[in-house]
Write a protein that binds this ligand. Structure first.
Ligand SMILES: Cc1ncc(COP(=O)(O)O)c(C=O)c1O
Length: 423
C-alpha cells in the first residue's frame, strides 16, 4: 500500500469522504487521491516521492508557479509581526489601493476569505443596491457553495431553480433563475418572465467549471446590454479568470465592463482569500458605510494580504507574463489539436489562453448540455494514464487545466508526448 492510500484510509475515518473539498477525493476517477508533500515551479511531489508536472496549480492561483521565492519571503516577513489581529492593518489599504488604481471597473473593494464568500456578498450587495431579488446564473457555471447558487433547472414551466444539494431549502433557490451559457435569448426570456425583478446576472466570463467553455462572440457584450436594458447589475465571477487572462481579468481581455466583480484564491496567491469590488456607489452600500451587512473576523488577514499583494505586484510589473501565458496555452492546446488531427481523434479541445481542457465528445462544447455529452469513463481512463505518467491534471472532466509562467516549453512538450502516446 502506498503512503497516499494509507493516509486516505485514515482520512475517511475522520473527514467526510476523506477530504476537505469534494473534487480532491478523486471520486469520479476511481483512484485514491495523491497526498501532496510539496511543490515548486510547475512540479508537485506526493508523499510517496512521485513527481508530476502540475496542471492544477492549486486550482488557479499559482500563476507564477508553486512556492515563488518572493511570495514566500513576503509571507515569512509578515508572519514575524503576528498572524492575525482582527484589526485594520496598512497592508489591507495597500492591497485595496493597488487593485483599485489598476482595475478600471473597481473603485472600491472588500476582502473576504474565499470565492464562495465573495459571491455570496456580491449577490447581497446587488440586491441591496437594486432593491430587487432575482438572480440569473448559468447552468454549468460554479460560484461556490452558497445556498442560492446550489441550484439546478426546475421543470420547463418553472423559472425558479430548485436546490441541487440536500440541506438547501427551496426558499433559498426560488429567486435564482438558470439560463443557458452562450444563449442570450435564454437570458432575455428570464428577464421578461421575472417582470423586471432581476437584481443581477452572475457569470463566469469564461466557463471553467464545466470544463472550459469560452464565451461566444458577442455573448458578454450581450449580457452587458441586457443588464443595462433591464436595470440589473452584471457580476463577473473572476475567481478563475481574474489576474490570469489579463491583469484586469476577463473584463480586460474581452473589453467588457461589469458592475461588480468577484475574486478568489488568486488575490491571495493561494492563501485563503476572496474579494468583491466594483463601482463606488454600489460598494458604498456595504456595512459599515451602508446598510448591506457583511463581515469577517479574518478578512484581510495580513499574511494573506502580503502573499497576494506580492503576487499582484509581480504580475503588474511584468505584464509580458500574459503574452507568455497565452503562448504557452497555444503551444499546449494547439499541440493537442494537432495530435488529434493527425490521429483522426474527434474529441474537442476548448481553450482560452492558459486555461483549457479536452472534452471526450464529438460535439462542439458551448454550454453545459454539450459539456455533459463528454464520455466521463473515457476521461477517467485518460486521467489515470496521465497520472501514472507523471502529469497531474484535475481528477474531473469538468475542470480546467491551468498553465503557469513556470511551465517551460520542455514540460509542455513532455505533456504533449505523453498525450500523443495515449491517443
Ligand atoms: C468561478 C468560481 N467562483 C467561485 C468559486 C468558489 O471559490 P472558493 O472555493 O474559494 O469558495 C470557485 C471555486 O473554484 C470558482 O471557480
Amino acid at each position: 500500500m502506498t503512503k497516499s492510500e494509507e493516509l486516505f484510509q485514515r482520512a475517511v475515518k475522520r473527514i467526510p469522504g476523506g477530504v476537505n473539498s469534494p473534487v480532491r477525493a478523486y471520486g469520479s476517477v476511481t483512484e485514491a487521491p495523491r497526498f501532496i508533500q510539496g511543490a515548486v515551479g510547475c512540479k508537485i511531489f506526493d508523499v510517496d516521492g512521485n513527481e508530476y508536472i502540475d496542471y492544477i496549480d492549486s486550482w488557479g492561483p499559482m500563476i507564477l508557479g508553486h512556492n515563488n521565492e518572493q511570495i514566500k519571503d513576503a509571507v515569512i516577513r509578515a508572519s514575524e509581526n503576528g498572524l492575525s489581529f482582527g484589526c485594520a492593518t496598512e497592508v489591507e489599504v495597500e492591497m485595496a489601493e493597488f487593485i483599485c488604481d489598476k482595475i478600471p471597473h473597481v473603485d472600491m473593494i472588500r476582502m473576504v476569505n474565499s470565492g464562495t464568500e465573495a459571491v455570496m456578498s456580491a449577490l447581497r450587495v446587488a440586491r441591496g443596491y437594486t432593491g430587487k431579488n432575482k438572480i440569473i446564473k448559468f447552468a454549468g457555471c460554479y460560484h461556490g457553495h452558497t445556498d442560492a447558487m446550489l441550484v439546478s433547472a426546475g421543470s420547463g414551466v418553472m423559472t425558479s431553480g430548485v436546490p441541487d444539494s440536500a440541506g438547501v431549502p427551496k426558499g433559498c433557490t426560488q429567486d435564482t433563475m438558470l439560463a443557458v451559457y452562450n444563449d442570450l435569448n435564454s437570458v432575455e426570456k428570464l428577464f421578461i418572465e421575472s417582470d423586471s425583478q432581476v437584481a443581477a446576472v452572475i457569470v463566469e466570463p469564461v466557463g471553467a467549471n464545466m470544463g472550459v467553455v469560452p464565451p461566444a462572440d458577442g455573448f458578454l457584450q450581450g449580457l452587458r446590454d441586457l443588464c443595462d436594458k433591464y436595470h440589473a447589475l452584471l457580476i463577473f465571477d473572476e475567481v478563475i479568470t481574474g489576474f490570469r487572462l489579463s491583469f484586469s481579468g476577463a473584463a480586460g481581455f474581452y473589453g467588457i465592463t461589469p458592475d461588480l466583480v468577484t475574486y478568489g484564491k488568486i488575490i491571495g496567491a493561494g492563501m485563503p482569500v476572496g474579494a468583491y469590488g466594483g463601482r463606488k456607489e454600489i460598494m458604498e452600500m456595504v456595512a459599515p458605510a451602508g446598510p448591506v451587512y457583511q463581515a469577517g473576523t479574518l478578512s484581510g488577514n495580513p499574511i494573506a494580504m502580503a502573499a497576494g499583494l506580492t503576487q499582484l505586484k509581480i504580475l503588474w510589473e511584468d505584464q509580458d507574463i500574459y503574452k507568455r501565458l497565452y503562448q504557452k496555452g497555444e503551444l499546449l492546446y494547439e499541440g493537442i489539436r494537432k495530435i488529434f488531427l493527425e490521429k483522426g481523434v474527434d474529441y474537442q479541445v476548448n481553450s482560452v489562453s492558459s486555461l483549457g481542457c479536452i472534452f471526450f465528445t464529438e460535439n462542439k462544447v458551448t454550454d453545459y448540455t454539450s459539456a455533459k455529452t463528454s464520455d466521463t469513463a473515457e476521461f477517467s481512463k485518460y486521467f489515470r494514464y496521465m497520472l501514472n505518467n507523471g502529469i497531474h491534471i484535475a481528477p474531473s472532466q469538468f475542470e480546467a487545466m491551468f498553465l503557469s509562467d513556470a511551465h517551460t516549453e520542455a514540460e509542455i512538450q513532455e505533456t504533449l508526448d505523453c498525450i500523443e502516446k495515449y491517443f
